[in-house]
Structures are given as structure tokens and as C-alpha cells.
Design a binder for this molecule. Sequence first.
Ligand code: GTP
Ligand code: MG
Length: 355
Amino acid sequence: MPNPEEKNKKFKRRFFYKKKMRNRDGFKDRQGESESDYQELRKLIPAEQMLSVVIPLYNEDESLMELSLALKKVFDGLRCNYEVIFIDDGSTDGSFEKLKEINKRNSRYHCIKLRRNYGKSAALSIGFREAKGDFVITMDADLQDDPNEIPDLIKVLNSGYDLVSGWKKVRYDPFIKRHTSKIFNYFTSKVSGVRLHDFNCGLKAYRKDVIKSVKVYGEMHRYIPALAHLMGFKVTEKVVKHHARKFGVTKFGANRFLNGFFDLLTVAFTNKFIKKPLHLFGTLGILFSMLGFGVTLYLTILKFFGNESISNRPLFLVGILMIIVGFQSFSLGLIAEMITKSSHRDDDVFIETTL
Ligand SMILES: Nc1nc2c(ncn2[C@@H]2O[C@H](COP(=O)(O)OP(=O)(O)OP(=O)(O)O)[C@@H](O)[C@H]2O)c(=O)[nH]1
Ligand SMILES: [Mg+2]
């Protein structure tokens, strides 16, 4: 007879397997909504406004038809003016053929096909340029983001926010990815000053002003909420449903960590020092120079009062090196400051309204 501990383990394994498989089943329709709930939904986006959904993708042909049908159900519920922009980023599978078919069936579904693979940020940037909607949703094409979340995200925007970022509180990703992602989110939150749990969630909702203002390049798509916050937009998050990957494979390898780290440094620098580089380099310069000065002063005292020879002491070289590094850092800060002053442009200042 199996002991209770083993039984418990078996039960847990079966429970989590079932849970995972349930989340591979696909999207469930919005449930439990009465006619009055549907009427509320229809008021979310007024007739004169429009919703754009921007979907960057790379080799996702198996998911595209299912995603389009699920989105259509949501648009039918919202009864709003909408467009869907797929950005096919140099896919080598049948994604473009699928998108052509989708566009033939419904001309509100557009596709921009890029000549080669430029990366998710570049694709988003093109989508943002082309989007005409007052509300813009971004989501992944791999059926992991649930289209039924769109109305709830718009609701949060309507309650006074410019950007709502999805938070995959329960995620169906491998152990390593879930935990590295936690570390990444912790640091990004600290550096950028925006308290979010899940910066990298593909599902986000924006007001038009945000997407027309942020510049997304490199791998900066992970930091859009941070960049928007730095520009003065109101950013928040909302828990969203997440599904396990149903088809295809993940597109981001281990290099995502290194590139992500460099982009985080860019965000940190942009946040604090881009307009005042002397504050960073000057502080470092003074710190090093003072340490060097202290060390050499100490050695000079030893030489004159203790009558010791100092030229053969490694500390002597360290002291001199620190003074030189200090001056270098200070002058680097001065030069950076001069460049900043001469290249100051008004388009770095973001106006909310003018009367
Ligand atoms: N435009 C564009 N989209 C991409 C690229 N790489 C991935 N994507 C899309 O970005 C979305 C997320 O990519 P995934 O590979 O699913 O990344 P992930 O969700 O972090 O990883 P998994 O959980 O393993 O799926 C999907 O819709 C991809 O098709 C790319 O190079 N260019
Ligand atoms: Mg995915």
C-alpha cells in the first residue's frame, strides 16, 4: 500500500498536469455575463473612437487563425470600431499565407510583412506608427495571452490610466523562466521606479498618446512601462490569464538575459543621469580623487615624519592611479555635460494638454 506522502505527491502531480492541460485547451468565452454586462461592455469604447490591436509575430502559423477568431468574438461583444495589425517579422513558416487568408475574410485584419527578422521591438515600433486607434492593445500571437482580457484592460484605462500592463500572476512557463523573470522584474522595478510585477507580459493596453511618444528599439519592448512612467504617463497593472504555449516553440534564447541587462542599464541611465551626466561622473571623479589624495597624503606623512621609503610601496601606485582616474572621470562628465547642453531639444519634454 502506498504511504500517504506518496499518495499526496501523486495527487499533486496529477492536479498540476490537469491544470496545465486545461490551459492548453484554448480560450473560454467570457462567462457569467448578463445582458446588462454586455451593455456595459458596449459603452467602453464610444462609437467615435477606435481600438487597435498590434500583434508582433515570428513563425506562429498554427496559432493565427484561432487567435483571429477569438479576437472577433471579443470585438462582437464590444461592438466597437477596430483594427488588428499583425507584424510578420520575416517569418519563414506559413504565417504570411495564413495572414493573407485572414485579411481576405475580414479586411479589418491587416498584416505588415517585414523583409527580414528585425526583432520584437522594431516590429512593435512599426505597429505603433501605423495604429490609428484611440486605445491600443499589444499581445503575443502564440495564444498565451487571452483576448477576453481586452475589455477589462480598457476598463482600467477608462478609470484614469494611460498604460495598463498585464500581470501573469499564475504562469504556465518552465521553472527557470518563472524565477529568472522574478529577478528581472524586481531589478527593473527598483531601477525604473515603477512598481510592476511583470514588465515583460505581451498583453498591455495603452492610450494613443503613449504609443505615439515612446521610442521602442533594441530590446526595449520589455521596458515600455518604465519609459512611459519616465515620460510622466500614469502606469498600472492588472492580473491577466495566461495559457501554456499550445503550438510552436519559444523564440527567445539565453541571450535575452544579457541583452535585457544592457537595456536595463540604458533605462537606468536615461532615468537619472541623461540630462545631468556630471552628477554621475563628477561624483565618481571626486570620490576617486579624494581617496587617492588621502592615500598619497598618508604616504607623504610616513615619508617625512616616519622617515620611511615610499617609492617601493604598491599603495603609492594605487594612490596616484586613483587621482588620475578621478580626474578622467570628472572631465568625462564635463564633456558629456557640454554635449547634453548643445543637443538639448524641446521634443524631450512631453506636454499633456494646452488650452
Ligand atoms: N516581431 C517579432 N515577434 C517576435 C519575435 N520573437 C518572438 N516574437 C513574438 O513575440 C511573442 C512572444 O514570443 P515567445 O517566443 O512566445 O516568448 P515568451 O512568451 O516569452 O516565451 P514562451 O513562454 O516560451 O512562449 C510571440 O507572439 C512571438 O511570435 C521577433 O523576432 N519578432
Ligand atoms: Mg509565449
